[in-house]
Design a protein around this ligand. Structure first.
Ligand SMILES: [Zn+2]
Length: 120
């Protein structure tokens, strides 16, 4: 059993504490609920998994705004992942390639954020 997340940030006293989900491939339903409710942040898709410091289990969203930025970039990447797979399933390979190109364009920024937040 893992220790519960703190209720308040020990640094700023803020209450916007979120569970960190590193390197997700797909959003499990509980993770998606938590992400939508603002109690979990998505920290990079699977491509950034190798860079992640998985011992960091929670983040204060007030202390470091990069978490929210990374969360939104990751959501975008996961959404393109779904669209890419749907395009492949329908045989629209050109369309799938476009989604991959979009993903590739976001990944450097995601990687920088994951690296930076992994050592903060
Ligand atoms: Zn804080």
């Amino acid at each position: 059993m893992e220790a519960p997340l703190p209720l308040v940030c020990p640094v700023c006293g803020g209450k916007r504490i979120a569970r960190v989900i590193w390197g997700c491939v797909y959003l499990r339903s509980q993770d998606e609920k938590d992400a939508n409710a603002g109690v979990a942040v998505l920290a990079g898709d699977y491509s950034a998994r190798r860079l992640a410091n998985r011992t960091i289990r929670w983040a204060c969203l007030d202390c470091d705004s990069r978490w929210i930025k990374l969360h939104h970039l990751t959501l975008q990447c996961l959404s393109w992942q779904r669209e890419k797979e749907q395009a492949i399933a329908r045989g629209y390979f050109e369309e799938a390639k476009n989604f991959l190109t979009h993903q590739m364009a976001l990944r450097p920024e995601i990687e920088i954020l994951v690296k930076g937040l992994s050592c903060s």
